[in-house]
Design a protein around this ligand. Structure first.
Ligand code: FAD
Length: 384
């Protein structure tokens, strides 16, 4: 028979996890909270805030201590992205891309030399970006057109990437290009490219509906020479790197959307307790209570999916289906909860003086990036 101690509830956090979560939550409230509105309006991430994310060790959560990182777990990353996103999902995505995509890919595929060169920097001051999408290849990511042509000890990269998160602030980019267009997905190769190298420019920055403080830019490569030593993983195995890192990335987006929903719900509950109509607090009306109860139930369900996917990953078990499910479901309930939160506030919900208007705008991206909801359903169906 299973003993109680060996069947820990999914949402039960260990002492270290609790301490970590509470520290990040406090940081988000105290240090991110006051900056949310100005960063959203200016479409600019606060530089001082980025430094604080590094100081707290949140940009290298899984980087081993020997490389200057925090030596944490994937589940810790999920807790950090969740807690930050309760306050600002735009900051959540910086932490998410850095940890679940960039650091994750390096930990799994980088050579010892590449790890020694890049991981200590990613842990202390260098933001990473992950460049797969192009204008003509989004959901069909492996139809990418960016070329990498071998020239002596270098690859010459030519082409453009679109929609790249963190691009404006990033110092290191994982860029996917094909070394053989005729070979289909088997030509796709990942490259580690630093900001400032000749032939590489950051292009137009997008003016977005939500997560406006997170930069999303085009990347332009014109005869950009990248040494062979900066190929990440094997030549022609970039598709495997992309598929596998995006599996983990999806759990991160699930955590971002979960945190967003929790943030919106917290504001809605507080407001419903304070606002009076017909002589009593609106939370006393059964119609309001039922809406809040539904929101809380959906959040709990999303949390179970996200936490389970993260714990499966840390246990080195197959988590592909659960990752797609948690991203699909958490982004659905984030949009719904944020929308209901706007309604709970009534008129004030529709203006920028209150936080739910921004969270409602931010929620939309959950159904689009790192695979649209349709693509998650296609992934889930394949794995049934
Ligand atoms: C803010 C933001 C940040 C981003 N950050 C990054 C990043 O850091 N790195 C990166 O590489 N990319 C990034 N992206 C790109 C993002 O991953 C893509 O936008 C996404 O994968 C969708 O691709 P698309 O925009 O080309 O849409 P399309 O693929 O053209 O999809 C359009 C519609 O068609 C549907 N569709 C497509 N194929 C099918 C199908 N087979 N069956 C049913 N429906 C289908 C889609 O679900 C969607 O509804 C970002 C995008 C945004 C908006």
């Amino acid at each position: 028979m299973t003993t109680l101690s060996s069947s820990r509830p999914l949402t039960h956090l260990s002492e270290e996890e609790l301490l970590f979560r509470d520290t990040v939550q406090q940081f988000a409230k105290d240090k991110i909270g006051p900056l949310v509105r100005v960063m959203d309006e200016s479409q600019q991430m606060d530089a001082g805030l980025i430094s604080k994310l590094f100081e707290l060790g949140l940009m290298g959560i899984e980087i081993p201590e020997e490389f200057g990182g925090s030596g944490g777990t994937f589940f810790d990353t999920v807790l950090a992205v969740e807690m930050i996103s309760t306050v600002d999902p735009a900051v959540g995505v910086i932490v998410d891309v850095q940890n679940t995509l960039v650091v994750n890919a390096l930990l799994r595929w980088a050579t010892v030399e590449q790890k020694l060169r890049f991981l200590p920097r990613l842990a202390v001051d260098t933001i990473g970006a992950y460049a797969l999408s192009e204008a003509a290849s989004g959901s069909d990511a492996f139809a990418l057109q960016m070329r990498a042509e071998k020239r002596g000890g270098d690859y010459l990269l030519n082409g453009r990437k679109l929609w790249i998160s963190n691009a404006k602030e990033a110092g290191l980019f994982i860029v996917f290009a094909t070394v053989d267009a005729g070979a289909g997905y088997k030509g796709i190769t990942a490259f580690l490219i630093e900001k400032g190298v000749e032939g590489f420019l950051i292009g137009r920055k997008e003016d977005k509906l939500g997560i406006r403080a997170s930069s999303t830019c085009e990347l332009v490569f014109e005869d950009c020479a990248v040494p062979v030593a900066q190929v990440l993983g094997e030549v022609g195995k970039g598709y495997k790197i992309a598929i596998e890192t995006l599996n983990e990335g999806r759990i991160g987006i699930g955590a971002q959307m979960l945190g967003l929903a929790e943030g919106a719900f917290g504001h809605a509950l507080k407001y419903a307790r304070e606002r009076k109509q017909f002589g009593k607090a609106i939370v006393e009306f059964q119609g309001m209570q039922f809406q809040l109860a539904e929101m809380a139930t959906e959040i709990e369900a999303a949390k179970l999916l996200v936490y389970n996917a993260a714990r499966l990953r840390d246990a080195q078990m197959d988590f592909r289906k659960e990752a797609a499910m948690c991203k699909y479901f958490a982004s659905q309930i984030a949009e719904r909860v944020a929308s209901l939160a706007v309604e709970v506030f009534g008129g004030p919900g529709f203006i920028k003086d209150y936080p739910v208007e921004k969270l409602y705008r931010d929620a939309k991206i959950g159904k689009i990036y790192e695979g649209t909801s349709f693509m998650q359903l296609a992934n889930i169906a394949k794995l049934l």
